[in-house]
Design a protein around this ligand. Structure first.
Ligand code: HEC
Ligand code: HEC
Ligand code: HEC
Ligand code: HEC
Ligand code: HEC
Ligand code: HEC
Ligand code: HEC
Ligand code: HEC
Ligand code: HEC
Ligand code: HEC
Length: 325
């Protein structure tokens, strides 16, 4: 019994010693009371960590890329919540004493927590490291979101060893997403598209990458609420509504891009005829002979439907019932 107590006292002293070594380059280890420290302490003992913190790591991993982290939020030892106020590199990569210690010839290096799609560390374990500190801003709703379900790791989108994280840059974000979302890339290269490839808009203008209360990670509850947030002139209310417009813009439009002008899903008259019959006036389309077979019509001669029904999103004109003015 007494022996055990003595042993634990020695351990306590040891922890304090290692802790003070770890405080390089000078931040107070004991001042750290944040979430990272608390949970790290419970899962590993101090001797599992390398002796000189980042210095040990940087003695081998000394490429230029490794220095960049000191320019980012994570590299700021003065921020009491940042990894560099705690265990430095090992706040994220986990205890590294085995990895940094002597290795048997030919045995290769003892692995350490690594991040990204190709890493040996399971995605859940990777993300748990980040969520030690990021439950508040990323949100508990990350659990159950499309990306969490799809086994996407935080590091698939975030590059923490870069000077600037590409996913947060207006002109570079889409390329990060395109690595996995090829269809949206193809759509965005079509002639009529939201100006993402021009670097005017990002994916996160419409999507929230971490979680959402709407479908498809949209940053609004419904598609129309989203579209109206920028295309405010189409919100109405109209004296004469065109019902599909108030229902869902995507009944006629693609969200990312299309080969039809105005990103339509198909061109009028086919678009209109997918819902409207010929009742009222013939709504047949052109044939190669000009007019349709037995059905000559002034309506058709005048070209496609929106030449006359130009107020396709709704009309406020007293005689705009047929969406013509
Ligand atoms: C004695 C030299 C040495 C030290 C010290 C060292 N590493 Fe490594 N590290 C290596 C080698 C060698 C590899 C394997 C590289 C490879 O396979 O290309 C590696 C690989 C890695 C990897 C990639 C994942 C893996 O397990 O292969 C990470 C992440 C890493 N080290 C982080 C660290 C951290 C953090 C520290 C400090 C705690 C550290 N290293 C200290 C030599 C070292
Ligand atoms: C905030 C968490 C975090 C901290 C702190 C951190 N890393 Fe990393 N590290 C990552 C992530 C995430 C990756 C995967 C590559 C990426 O997306 O940034 C990574 C990748 C690596 C790799 C693999 C090679 C590479 O270039 O991607 C090495 C080696 C490495 N880190 C070493 C270090 C060293 C040394 C330190 C301390 C100076 C450190 N890391 C601090 C999160 C961190
Ligand atoms: C020890 C705590 C800690 C860990 C672990 C941690 N972070 Fe952070 N992270 C921070 C702090 C503190 C900031 C600065 C936040 C602020 O100022 O609001 C930050 C900022 C960020 C930012 C925003 C960067 C910026 O410039 O604003 C991203 C993105 C981020 N972290 C991603 C990650 C990812 C991904 C991981 C896991 C690989 C991770 N973090 C692990 C503490 C941590
Ligand atoms: C699908 C890509 C993607 C994934 C996966 C992802 N993020 Fe992000 N994250 C982003 C983008 C994009 C932003 C920038 C949002 C903006 O600027 O509009 C961001 C912003 C952040 C920020 C800055 C604060 C904020 O909320 O804006 C933090 C911190 C962060 N992410 C942490 C994480 C963590 C932790 C994980 C894993 C649990 C994670 N991210 C997973 C794309 C992603
Ligand atoms: C103008 C707003 C907008 C922009 C910008 C945008 N999206 Fe979307 N995205 C949407 C809408 C709306 C949907 C469809 C929601 C639905 O069908 O209910 C969607 C759906 C998706 C889906 C799900 C597709 C499916 O078949 O379920 C993915 C993946 C996606 N977007 C990725 C991206 C990526 C990557 C970018 C950046 C290159 C991007 N989006 C830019 C509005 C946008
Ligand atoms: C590492 C691959 C990867 C990256 C990078 C990535 N995603 Fe995803 N994304 C997925 C997976 C996997 C899903 C799950 C649905 C699926 O299987 O398509 C998904 C789903 C989505 C959805 C649809 C959600 C739904 O409910 O249908 C949207 C929207 C989306 N991602 C947007 C983005 C945006 C925006 C970015 C860049 C900031 C991005 N993704 C980066 C892999 C990725
Ligand atoms: C974040 C703001 C924003 C959101 C949200 C948004 N748009 Fe746009 N939209 C734009 C911008 C910017 C343009 C380009 C205008 C220009 O080129 O003059 C545009 C252009 C368009 C065009 C015309 C394209 C062309 O080739 O003429 C259509 C159609 C369109 N958006 C439909 C939608 C639909 C449908 C939604 C909802 C799914 C939506 N927009 C959501 C900003 C937005
Ligand atoms: C019934 C089909 C239909 C629906 C539903 C629809 N639109 Fe359109 N939209 C069109 C047509 C057709 C055009 C092309 C008009 C033209 O060629 O003059 C167009 C053009 C546009 C344009 C290009 C600029 C302009 O005004 O000509 C924008 C932006 C637009 N729509 C946004 C929206 C938004 C936002 C919604 C949902 C609130 C929506 N549309 C719903 C059929 C529709
Ligand atoms: C998704 C189905 C759908 C599409 C596509 C569609 N409409 Fe409609 N449209 C309707 C519905 C539903 C009504 C309301 C019918 C009613 O009140 O009897 C309507 C009403 C109208 C009216 C007013 C009719 C009246 O009796 O007052 C006109 C004109 C019209 N649409 C023209 C068009 C044109 C032109 C297009 C193609 C650009 C088009 N519509 C595409 C569903 C659609
Ligand atoms: C030359 C102009 C013109 C063209 C082109 C045209 N319309 Fe019309 N449309 C009208 C007029 C005028 C009315 C009103 C007729 C009335 O009140 O009897 C009308 C009425 C309608 C109505 C209401 C039905 C009803 O019984 O009043 C619908 C639906 C409609 N058009 C759809 C279409 C579609 C779909 C197309 C394309 C295939 C189209 N229109 C092309 C002028 C046109």
């Amino acid at each position: 019994m007494e022996k055990l107590e003595a042993a634990s006292r020695i351990w306590g002293i040891l922890v304090i010693c290692v802790c003070s070594i770890l405080t390089w380059p000078g931040t107070a280890c004991s001042a750290g009371t944040g979430p990272a420290k608390a949970s790290e302490k419970s899962t590993a003992s101090a001797s599992d960590y390398s002796k000189k913190g980042a210095d040990t790591c940087l003695s081998c991993h000394n490429g230029e890329r490794m220095q960049h982290i000191f320019r980012t939020a994570h590299g700021q030892g003065a921020d009491p919540n940042a990894p560099f106020a705690y265990l430095q590199c090992e706040s994220c990569h986990g205890p590294g004493s085995a990895h940094t210690g002597r290795q048997d010839v030919g045995a290769g290096h003892t692995p350490i927590i690594d991040f990204g799609r190709d890493a040996a560390t399971p995605v859940e374990a990777q993300n748990a490291v980040c969520m030690k500190c990021h439950t508040r801003d990323v949100g508990l709703q990350w659990a159950g979101s499309a990306h969490q379900n799809g086994q996407v790791s935080c590091a698939d989108c975030h590059d923490l060893h870069a000077k600037v994280d590409a996913v947060s840059v207006l002109t570079e974000q889409a390329d990060v997403c395109y690595e996995c979302h090829m269809k949206e890339r193809a759509d965005n290269l079509k002639p009529y598209a939201h100006p993402v490839r021009q670097g005017i808009m990002t994916c996160t203008a419409c999507h929230n990458p971490h979680h959402s209360t709407g479908d498809a990670l949209l940053n609004r509850n419904t598609v129309n609420e989203l579209c109206w947030s920028c295309h405010t002139e189409l919100r109405g209310p109209y004296l004469f509504e065109h019902p599909p417009v108030s229902e869902d813009c995507l009944l006629c439009h693609e969200a990312h891009g299309s080969i039809q002008p105005a990103m339509l899903t198909q061109r009028p008259p086919l678009l209109c005829q997918s819902c409207h019959s010929q009742r009222g006036h013939p709504s047949v389309s052109f044939t190669k002979n000009g007019l349709a077979g037995n059905n000559p019509s002034a309506f058709v001669v005048n070209g496609s439907c929106v030449n006359c029904h130009s107020q396709i999103h709704g009309s406020n004109h007293p005689s705009g019932a047929k969406l013509m003015r």
